[in-house]
Design a protein around this ligand. Structure first.
Ligand code: CO
Length: 215
């Protein structure tokens, strides 16, 4: 029986051969270090691959993806990625990138059950409740869903900024900007929401740390 994933392994061989033909030291160089300037926090959706969308090669963007591009301050997975990116790799930009037509966002807007994932999507439901007036003001159903995708990104940018990791980076004078983008599945284009947070000044006082961490 042929290996069910033979085509993928063949693809890999071809890709590696091609890269090496173009640049014989390519993998040797990449194997010794990574120096990405960007952390991408995006949706797990197969149609939103971080590197391809922004035209970056391996080694140029550190990536964390989950359903709905959600940042939760008790999610050890996301926080570990964030800490490594900020404290060790010293990325200069964190990009939270949602996408229009996000199944996670749409599921969170509905009242039907989807199983375990509903507990994860509750984070988006909470955002819907918190921003109910703004969402209700959009009459068109298609536009309403698009707006929630944008609001979700805005809220997740805030969640990134409220983490002790980002707060401490700013307190020690590290250059770090957090951005909010929404990708369009239909045209492949990114809508920059114009959110750019590069310090604690614009954040609500509740979430602002005034002293450095002692650990
Ligand atoms: Co999605």
């Amino acid at each position: 029986m042929t290996h069910p994933l033979k085509h993928l392994l063949d693809n890999n061989q071809k890709w590696a051969d091609g890269e090496t033909a173009e640049d014989p030291d390519y993998f040797q160089r990449l194997s010794t270090h990574q120096n990405p300037e960007y952390l991408w926090i995006g949706c797990a959706d197969s149609r939103v691959p971080a590197n391809e969308i922004i035209g970056l090669d391996p080694g140029e963007v550190f990536v964390h993806r989950n359903v709905g591009n959600i940042v939760v301050h008790t999610d050890m997975n996301c926080l570990s990625v964030l800490q490594y990116a900020v404290d060790i790799l010293k990325v200069k930009h964190i990009i939270v990138c949602g996408h229009y037509g996000c199944g996670g966002v749409i599921a969170a807007m509905e009242n039907t059950q989807h199983g375990l994932i509903d507990n994860w999507l509750r984070h988006i439901k909470d955002i819907c409740q918190k921003n109910k007036a703004e969402i209700d003001s959009v009459v068109d159903e298609h536009q309403k869903k698009a707006r929630v995708c944008e609001i979700n990104v805005r809220e997740q940018v805030n969640n990134v900024c409220y983490t002790t990791i980002v707060q401490n980076a700013w307190l020690r004078g590290q250059t770090l900007t957090v951005h909010g983008w929404v990708y369009g599945l239909r045209d492949g284009l990114i809508n920059d929401l114009g959110i750019m947070v590069n310090g604690p000044e614009s954040l609500p006082e509740t979430y602002r740390m005034s002293t450095k961490s002692t650990d």
